[in-house]
Structure formats: C-alpha cells, structure tokens
Design a binder for this molecule. Structure first.
Ligand code: GAR
Length: 215
C-alpha cells in the first residue's frame, strides 16, 4: 500500500475527504502524516483525532523560502511518501522542492485551471461573468497553480450565486475529485510521463471530467 503525506495550511476539509474515503475503504493508502506550515491549522487537530501523525513546520521560523522548504522536505521525507498531497497548502514552493517530488506531488485548486490561478478564485469567476467554474487536481510544477491536469469538475455559475454559494458548490466537487485522483495514483492507474498525465487505458477516455451539478 502506498504511503501518502498530506500538507495543509488551514481547515483541512479536503484532507478530511481523503481520510473519509480511506475509512470507507475507497482509498487504499496509508496516510503516514499530515503536516502544516501553520501551528494553528484546524486540520491538525482533525488529523490527530483520526489517529494520524500530525506535525507543523512553522514557515515564520525561517529566514527564507529555501530554508523553509528544506526543513519541510526533511519532515516529509521521514515518512518515505510515495505521494505528497497539497490540500489547501497555501505556500509558494521553491523549484528545488517541486523537482524533489516530481511526479509524486499533487495539488487541488478551486478553479478550472488555467483560469484563475492564485487567490479569490470564486469572486474572480463571478466578476468575469463565466458560466462554468470548478476545480482542478494537477501534478505540481514550479509555477503557481500550474501543471499537468489530472481531473477537473465543472459546476454552473448561477445568477443567484455569491462568493459563498459558489465556493460551497465547488468545494463539494473538490471533495469528490481529490480522493478519486489519489485513488488512481494509489492503484497505479495514474502517472506523470514526459510532463504529461497518463491514465490507465480503462480511464483514459472518460473519467477525468466530472459533469456539472446544480445543488
Ligand atoms: C480549497 O478550496 C483548495 O482548493 C484551496 O484551498 C482550499 C482549502 O480548503 N487551495 C488553493 O487555493 C491552492 N492554490 P480546505 O483546507 O478545507 O481543504
């Protein structure tokens, strides 16, 4: 069974979705540790309550990005992860860090990348007047919120939406597609090859877009 390490910065609802999928028998991984860059991240407590080892490496204690990333990598690597899962980990990562985990570093982002990288994605989608919004799981490259796309979920933007309602609709889809992507990796049905996503033949034609849902 593959070892995964989950990195968080805050509430950790995507982490919870991964734990729930594992507990339901739908995600055959060992969640070796949850690590936060913030000591007060609410998700750390949630992880501990689930019996998962939880650590923090406080980025404020380091002079620069490289020093923090080196300490973070040292903390991660004691768990020998096959996969590192960024789940609301709100730090820009150095190129050296990303290269170290090349092909085994996933991120989830609350937009249909390459639209709306960065922050405030839902408000920006509303401001632009797009009719379809969503979320993306991708392999991480050194560019922020960028990299080969594994799976996306689309949701409609309704006239009645505000940032809160749209964020909630997208978050429900995040909680569907992240366990799905991690499961594919765990089952050796997903890999990065020459900078492109390769899915197992039985998935390649169909499975990587989740259709719109109104709720
Ligand atoms: C999620 O919406 C995730 O997609 C986003 O942060 C939120 C974390 O929520 N990540 C990014 O914006 C990365 N650029 P969570 O802590 O409840 O999972």
């Amino acid at each position: 069974m593959k070892n995964i390490v989950i990195l968080i910065s805050g509430r950790g609802s995507n982490m919870e979705a991964l734990i729930a999928a594992r507990d339901a028998g739908n995600l055959p991984v060992n969640i070796a540790a949850v690590i936060s860059n913030r000591p007060d991240a609410a998700g750390l407590e949630t992880a501990m309550k689930s019996g998962i080892v939880a650590h923090f490496v406080d980025h404020k204690g380091f002079a620069g990005r490289e020093a923090f990333d080196a300490a973070l990598a040292e903390c991660i690597d004691q768990f020998s992860p096959d996969l590192v899962v960024l789940a609301g980990f709100m730090r820009i990562l150095s190129e050296g860090f990303v290269r170290h985990y090349e092909g085994r570093l996933l991120n989830i982002h609350p937009s249909l990348l390459p639209s709306f990288p960065g922050l405030h994605t839902h408000q920006r989608a509303l401001d632009e007047g797009v009719r379809i919004h969503g979320c993306t799981v991708h392999f991480v490259t050194p560019a922020l919120d960028h990299g080969p796309v594994i799976i996306q979920a689309a949701v409609p933007v309704l006239d009645s939406d505000d940032e809160t309602s749209l964020a909630a609709r997208v978050l429900r889809q995040e909680h569907r597609i992240y366990p799905q992507a991690v499961r594919w990796f765990a089952e050796d049905k997903l890999r990065l090859e020459d900078g492109r996503v390769r899915l197992a033949a039985e998935l390649a034609d169909s499975a990587a877009l989740i259709s719109p849902e109104v709720r």
